[in-house]
Write a protein that binds this ligand. Structure first.
Ligand code: NAD
Ligand code: UDX
Length: 469
């Protein structure tokens, strides 16, 4: 039986950091070192200000760091000493060449595999935790075996991660399931068992699902595609609600009580964001096209198309309400992260919406409790709808309080569902705004009747709130 004593995790990001912290807390006898090529990221993991915000993470890192949890840039040394290596590197959408805008960019994964092969002097279990296209484990295996030193063998496992940002610690501690895919051979089963026995320290055995590698890889893409599809489905219905006078929250409640449908992931919004949903669906679409299954690809592509449309539809609605012009008007964006309880802005709907307003020459005022000004400027200057840093700096102001952001604004747009936005003093806010004062709740978190009685013009995703003249 293979016993794991030392673990190396390549990639100290949103997945590598939290998942290894929980693993370290649950397996105090195992030494876990998280490595990264980014010195600033590792420095931050070793400091009091961690590189990511995740509720409960600070305390857990402080508890384990220096005991059996380490963060280092010594990639080679850590690989050499490890029995098991998690590969948690980024696998973004490819932005060049064949498959541009859809396929996964496996550059970082391949670099990690080559490094493992070049360094390893003893057998290792290599665990693919990054989200990858089906059969990526094949590529990793070929690179490892082609470059292995004599006598060194590798077992490759697929162990996709299902944590969601903002709830990562709870998702890791109380995982619905852990998936482990591996080669269906005696050596493969031994490697699967070695990893399963680590998770079994805190996850009930019946929730540790083992399967063949390809099923495991495909299950991860499928899970994200299904979750994103639910958001796009309810968002599609939100448009029907606005047109008919139905209320999307009532519809969601009505269908969600059907146990076959379930109530989760039926919250209408300005569109899903985050580093995973769009990327993984596009990855799935590209896979289907490569497999000559264009109808399947088109089916899933529609989920992304609906998401794009929802963001654009919402922005058009705001501009139409603001008398068809936002030029030089102060538009306050409350929340820039892609969801609450994270500082992550990757693919955040707020980025797209802010870009639309900048293109219309609005003055965009942004407040988010966890997103820095630098991050906002980086996000808004990325190639896409707008790539002019000067225009961004002229058109965007970052505020350190919601009250300052909304002062003198023509409209407030709630882009992220931060809890603190629910308890703001809206009477005070109303008094300091231009009139008519508009508020657009893109997250369905505010008390719309109360806002209306204060005097706001209220517009909401998926329902009509009658105006007050
Ligand atoms: P991330 O960008 O936050 O972190 C990846 C890290 O890997 C970076 O710090 C980068 O410097 C490092 N890295 C890249 N190549 C390296 C190399 N060769 N050697 C050492 N370090 C290297 O990414 P993330 O959000 O943690 O995602 C990682 C993977 O997990 C992706 O495949 C993603 O799809 C998947 N995933 C992400 C989430 C999520 O919520 N973020 C959830 C589930 C799965
Ligand atoms: C997702 C998956 O949930 C997770 O299992 C996977 O490992 C990584 O991708 P994440 O992107 O961190 O996690 O957050 P999630 O809670 O899934 O939200 C994604 C986006 O959908 C957010 O922008 C969120 O606001 C939006 N969303 C979610 C809705 O608009 N409505 C909902 O009902 C649920």
């Amino acid at each position: 039986m293979t016993v794991i004593k030392k673990i190396c995790c390549i990639g100290a990001g949103y997945v590598g950091g939290p998942s290894c912290t929980v693993l370290a807390a649950k397996c105090p006898d195992v030494i876990i070192t998280v490595v990264d090529i980014s010195q600033p990221r590792i420095d931050a993991w070793n400091s009091d200000k961690l590189p990511i915000y995740e509720p409960g993470l600070d305390e857990m890192v402080k508890q384990q760091r220096g005991k059996n949890l380490f963060f280092s840039t010594d990639v080679d040394g850590t690989i050499r000493d490890a029995d098991l290596i998690f590969v948690c590197v980024n696998t973004p959408t490819k932005m060049y060449g064949i498959g541009q805008g859809r396929a996964a960019d496996l550059t970082y994964l391949e670099a990690a595999a080559r490094r493992i092969a070049g360094i390893s002097t003893a057998p290792k279990i290599v665990v693919e935790k990054s989200t990858v296209p089906v059969h990526a484990a094949d590529s990793i295996a070929r690179i490892l075996h082609a470059n292995a030193k004599e006598g060194v063998t590798f077992q490759i496992l697929s162990n996709p991660e299902f944590l969601a940002e903002g709830t990562a610690i709870n998702d890791l501690v109380n995982a619905d399931r852990v998936l482990i895919g591996g080669q269906q051979s005696p050596a493969g089963h031994e490697a699967i068992e070695a990893l399963a026995s680590l998770y079994a320290r805190w996850i009930p055995r019946e929730r540790i699902l083992t399967m063949n590698t390809w099923s495991s890889e495909l299950s991860k893409l499928t899970a994200n595609a299904f979750l994103a599809q639910r958001v796009s489905s309810i968002n599609a219905i939100s448009a029907v609600c606005e047109a008919t006078g139905a209320d999307v929250e009532e519809v969601a409640r009505a269908i969600g009580t059907d146990t076959r449908i379930g109530s989760k992931f039926l919250k209408a919004s300005i569109g899903f964001g985050g580093s995973c949903f769009q990327k993984d669906i596009l990855n799935l679409v590209y896979l289907c096209e490569s497999l000559n299954l264009p109808e399947v690809g088109e089916y899933w592509q529609q989920v992304v198309k609906m998401n794009d449309w929802q963001r654009e539809r919402f922005t058009r609605k705001v501009i139409a309400q603001l008398f068809n012009t936002v030029q030089n008007k102060k538009i306050a964006i409350l929340g820039f992260a892609f969801k609450k309880d994270t500082g992550d802005t990757r693919e955040s709907a707020a980025i797209y919406i802010s870009k639309y307003f900048l293109e219309e020459s609005a003055q965009v005022a942004i407040y988010d409790p966890k997103v820095s000004e630098d991050q906002v400027v980086r996000d808004l200057s990325e190639p896409g709808l707008l790539s002019n840093v000067d225009k961004i700096k002229k058109g965007v102001t970052m505020y350190s309080s919601a009250y300052d952001a909304v002062k003198d604004a023509h409209a407030i747009i709630v882009c992220t569902e931060w809890d603190e936005f629910k308890t703001l003093d809206y009477q005070r806010i109303y008094e300091g705004m231009q009139k008519p004062a508009f508020i657009f709740d893109g997250r369905l978190i505010l008390d719309h009747q109360k806002l209306r009685s204060i005097g706001f013009q209220v517009e909401v995703i998926g329902k009509r709130v009658p105006p007050k003249y």
